[in-house]
Design a protein around this ligand. Structure first.
Ligand code: 13P
Length: 246
């Protein structure tokens, strides 16, 4: 199981107190991998006190270096001590025009720099209502999974955009159905290795629903937004993962 927290554009140095409490829990829970994706400004200080918690970036540029004002390269993340990066989060796809092609290029650049990648996919509300969710997610995987990714270096996060920050989650059957589809597609793209790539669920995961969601077959962990901002909410999610892992 992997329990990952995406802090998005939240937090200053004071939020590192929460990381300290999360790191203490992670140290006590070796059967669960724990990751935090803080804003770029907090990566280096987060690494300094992360203990066993994996620290990653929320994005990187698809080009290795150059005149791209405001952007952060994969090797800069490595330099700051990060070991992973999110690629193609729905907020990047919708708000910053990231296409599947760009997401794949970012992932390839990140892998080449030595980072592990979390490829994010997920349909929006209209896709789900029009019964196009499977088609959309399948196309996102076809377009954005880097062929050089492996079960060791890559994770896929299924995050339906309509479930993010909304307090609404798909039913267990909907999550299970989509994870099955993602699994089949990963095997199609990567061959045998696709059977072992971890698939996370993300979107309004909370202490209240974590046990049920993490208990769904082929849910290998969670990508958590709002509930990762405090140890009080995030630690019970790690506990739920530990209980499922037993
Ligand atoms: P919430 O858990 O706040 O819905 O956010 C999910 C998410 O976008 C994680 O990347």
């Amino acid at each position: 199981m992997l329990i990952a927290g995406n802090w998005k554009m939240n937090g200053g140095v004071a939020l590192l107190d929460e990381l300290a409490a999360i790191a203490a829990k992670a140290a006590d829970t070796p059967q669960v991998d724990v990751a935090i994706f803080p804003p770029f400004t907090l990566i280096a200080p987060a690494v300094a006190q992360a203990g066993t918690v994996i620290i990653g970036g929320q994005d990187c540029h698809q080009v290795a270096a150059g005149a791209y004002t405001g952007s952060t390269s994969a090797s800069m993340l490595v330099d700051a001590g990060a070991t992973q990066v999110l690629c193609g989060h729905s907020e990047r796809r919708a708000g910053f025009g990231e296409t599947n092609q760009m997401v794949r290029a970012k992932a390839e650049t990140a892998l080449a720099a030595g980072l592990h990648v979390v490829i994010c996919v997920g349909e929006n509300r209209a896709d789900r209502d029009n019964r196009r969710a499977g088609h959309v997610v399948g196309a996102q995987l076809d377009g954005s999974v880097p062929p050089s990714g492996t079960a060791e270096t890559m994770v896929v996060a299924y995050e339906p955009a309509w479930a993010i920050g909304s307090g609404r989650t798909p039913t267990a059957a909907e999550i299970s159905g989509m994870h099955d589809l993602i699994r089949a597609k990963l095997i199609q793209i990567l061959g045998e290795d696709g059977a072992c790539v971890r698939i996370l669920y993300g979107g309004s995961v909370s202490p209240a629903n974590a046990a049920e969601i993490l208990g769904i077959p082929d849910v290998d962990g969670a990508l958590v937004g709002g509930a990762s901002l405090t140890a009080a909410d995030f630690v019970p999610i790690i506990t739920a993962a530990a209980n499922v892992s037993q």
